[in-house]
Ligand binder design. Sequence first.
Ligand SMILES: Cc1cc2nc3c(=O)[nH]c(=O)nc-3n(C[C@H](O)[C@H](O)[C@H](O)COP(=O)(O)O)c2cc1C
Length: 161
Amino acid sequence: MKTLIVFYSNTGNTSKLAKIIGDKLDGETLEIKDQRNRNGLIGFLRAGFDAVTSNVTIIENFNLELSEYDLVIIGTPIWAGRLTPAIRTFLIGNSEVLPEVAFFTTHAGGGSSKALLQLEELAGKEPLACLSIEKSKLKEDSSDSEQEIDKYVKTLQNKFE
Ligand SMILES: Cc1cc2nc3c(=O)[nH]c(=O)nc-3n(C[C@H](O)[C@H](O)[C@H](O)COP(=O)(O)O)c2cc1C
């Protein structure tokens, strides 16, 4: 199956998970870049505000044909219980050309249920599978998330057999 992993990551956790999933599925990755500064106290507060108020942002252009893939896997960090503005903006602009989708999130322990619903609503289709990993489980010395990630990847592979 031809797979693309689309993700946004500010501090590297979601990027790390995207790479793990990409390697396991032999997929390509596309990092969505938010043009707004999300660093420092002001950036953090603004990030939370934009997530809560469902604001869009400006993302860098990319030149990939999403419809050429069998599966697009979309990953986002959780901000204030929501998905990130960058992934919101990506989905608003591209939902109509998405093939089958799957979602994943990283968070700090607060869970992802609301954000997963937002992802489904914005993508306009049910995901084949969802994965939420707490960031501490992605540390170098942790193998806590291995089974969960493998199960997610297997579920996706089985759908295309
Ligand atoms: C503005 C902001 C809000 C956040 N809100 C939550 C939250 O509501 N629940 C949670 O579990 N983690 C929250 N986090 C933590 C991130 O979801 C977590 O660190 C994630 O792994 C970051 O991904 P990244 O390293 O790819 O940017 C928040 C982080 C930021 C910057």
